[in-house]
Design a protein around this ligand. Structure first.
Ligand code: SAH
Length: 215
């Protein structure tokens, strides 16, 4: 079982490299070290290495591998970065980020208690001590640990919640799916005095809830 999953993971990583989605050795190593099948409900484990989103709990999802890889590449993560993620979901993206930035830290916020517990259980399977899962409204950011070098929003928002830009370091990058509930544009923001935005590609995420969310 484990060997079969490792083989499928390697095949998926080769496909993502071939398509030019995985570009860096850092992202490649993270994908190989943080197996996605450990982050999906057992009944979906056999689909873990297909390039599709899968259900986690309560209508929420674990994102599609190619979108996750693209977000990680665009964020240009470095060791020692302090990273905030909004929407822990399965915990997979947070674990990948933690792998790349160690000994830096990842704080990931999840609004749904059961999903937060699911993420916690999944992360415990990995040998990572630099991820903190907080149950709460991530649209407020996480003032207690701000500012952050990087922020990844993994739920759809009509506009990026204002607190997140404030909690981003000067020179920092933030990635978010921006748009309506039905379709968004994955957008990379950079804070250099003012905020500059670059559109990357259309995508679909589940909606961001909470005070500055859209639902
Ligand atoms: N990054 C996840 C996928 C996230 S799916 C992964 O790697 O699996 C989006 C998640 O955002 C859902 O679990 C949803 O419950 C959560 N969410 C929605 N609004 C939120 C908010 N305001 N704060 C924190 N989490 C939120």
């Amino acid at each position: 079982m484990r060997e079969e999953m490792e083989k499928r993971n390697r095949e998926m990583v080769s496909m993502l490299k071939h398509r030019g989605v995985i570009k860096s050795e850092t992202v490649e190593r993270a994908f190989l070290s943080v197996p996605r099948h450990l982050f999906v409900p057992e009944e979906y484990a056999s689909y873990a290495y297909e390039d599709v989103p899968l259900p986690t709990l309560k209508g929420q999802t674990i994102s599609q591998p190619s979108i996750v890889a693209l977000m990680l590449e665009e964020l240009d993560l470095k060791p020692r970065h302090r990273v905030l993620e909004i929407g822990a979901g399965s915990g997979w993206n947070a674990a990948l980020i933690a792998h790349i930035v160690k000994p830096g830290r990842v704080i990931t916020i999840e609004i749904d208690r059961d999903v937060a517990e699911f993420a916690r259980r999944n992360i415990r399977k990995m040998n990572l001590d630099n991820v903190t899962i907080i149950e709460g409204d991530g649209s407020l950011g996480y003032e207690a640990e701000a500012p952050f070098d990087r922020i990844a929003v993994t739920a759809a928002c009509e506009r990026v919640p204002e607190p997140l830009f404030r909690q981003l370091k000067e020179g920092g990058k933030l990635i978010a799916p921006v748009g309506s509930v039905y379709s968004q544009m994955l957008t990379l923001f950079e804070k250099r005095g003012k905020i500059r935005a670059r559109e990357i590609l259309p995508c679909i995420f589940v909606p961001l809830r909470g005070k500055y969310g859209t639902e």
